[in-house]
Design a protein around this ligand. Structure first.
Ligand SMILES: [Ca+2]
Ligand SMILES: [Ca+2]
Length: 356
């Protein structure tokens, strides 16, 4: 009760000072990965203004380019593929370039790109960045054949809003590149801290400590429920039929939740749909999304306004055996009252007075 009263008081103070901040500065501790980068993938930021979790993706260019599937598949949070069948076999003059425009400028510390593997991996690649536009790109990473799950850590972080990724295949039999996901992470050692209008994937950040998943009812395969929060597109959770199957994700503390993404394995689906429910206490849930027709690939759900929640309950209608690889929840952690963050969160409309 005390915390709620404080929050209401702070919101009132914000209204009085007429702050107009839009982006939220995270000045509370942010988790870092082993390489010293924030654990938020800035390619998967929820942009409230645009109503999307994806960056703007430009078309593919380059001699001999021919694409199958959408370029958005490379930033959809799922194991879907952006596939290039361009050029002729073993022709080093052929390549493809794809351009990403982020929601904001970030000081990038590391990139991650993943592939289906084998002959579908490039034989060389290059990543370039810019803060002003695609006419003035600076190469920052280049290499030969990347690993299936390739990490590139920059010695010196670079500011980037525009990112260009070029890949080339010189496989002797064909050029057949399957880029499954492209990620970028901001440096954690430099200020200012990263900002956002509505939030990154809370599950990936583990911003408030461990995030857990628990099967609660229905029939599931023997797959671990941890597979939907392990940030690995090659592990998954499948239902086992016989009725609805439910799993709960605990975010560790209450967040202002804004969007969700269900990343299915290689085009699989939940044929009878799904439901998403939110709860602050883990006992009383409110449904915020329900679809009884088939859903799959990278299904994204956006809420009209943020909802305070710590627990997210996901229902696999009918217990479909489609393989769900990743379940992402976008939002911002609600900090302790009386911090500068709370003032900015309030100004951005992410916190609201609640019933006492
Ligand atoms: Ca993908
Ligand atoms: Ca997984």
């Amino acid at each position: 009760m005390t915390a709620i009263l404080k929050r209401v008081a702070v919101v009132a103070a914000v209204a009085a000072t007429q702050l107009t901040a839009v982006a939220v500065k995270f000045d509370y501790p942010f988790p870092l990965d082993a390489n010293g980068a924030y654990t938020a993938n800035v390619m998967r930021e929820y942009n409230a203004g645009a109503g999307t979790t994806k960056p703007v993706v430009g078309g593919a260019t380059g001699p001999g380019v021919s694409l199958e599937y959408s370029l958005l598949n490379s930033v959809d949070g799922a194991g879907e593929k952006t596939q290039w069948n361009g050029g002729t076999a073993n022709d080093p003059t052929k390549y493809a370039t794809v351009q990403y425009t982020l929601a904001d400028t970030y000081l990038i510390k590391e990139f991650n790109h993943s592939y289906l593997g084998g002959n579908t991996t490039p034989t060389s690649y290059q990543i370039s960045v810019s803060t002003t536009g695609f006419g003035a790109m600076t190469p920052v990473v280049s290499g030969g054949t990347p690993g299936t799950n390739q990490w590139d850590v920059l010695t010196t972080p670079v500011a980037a809003k525009y990112i260009e990724y070029r890949w080339q295949g010189t496989n002797p039999s064909y050029q057949y590149i399957m880029l499954q996901e492209f990620r970028a992470y901001a440096d954690g050692a430099n200020l200012p801290a990263i900002t956002t209008t509505a939030g990154f994937d809370v599950v990936a950040m583990r911003a408030s400590g461990p995030v857990t998943a628990t099967k609660v009812s229905g029939n599931w395969q023997y797959d671990s429920e941890n597979n939907i929060i392990d940030l690995d597109q090659f592990t998954y959770l499948r239902g086992a039929g016989g009725g609805d199957a439910l799993v709960v994700v605990d975010l560790g503390k209450t967040h202002a939740v804004q969007a969700f993404s269900l990343g299915f394995y290689q085009g699989q689906t939940w044929g009878s749909g799904a439901r998403i429910e939110l709860s602050e206490d883990g006992a009383s849930y409110t449904s915020v999304f329900s679809q009884t027709t088939s859903l799959g690939s990278a299904k994204e759900v956006y809420l009209a306004s943020p909802v305070d929640a710590r627990y997210v309950r996901l229902t696999n209608y009918g217990g479909s055996n489609g393989a769900l690889s990743d379940f992402q929840v976008f939002g911002v952690a609600i900090p302790e009252p009386a911090s500068a963050s709370l003032l900015l969160l309030s100004a951005a409309g992410l916190l609201r007075p609640r019933r006492g």
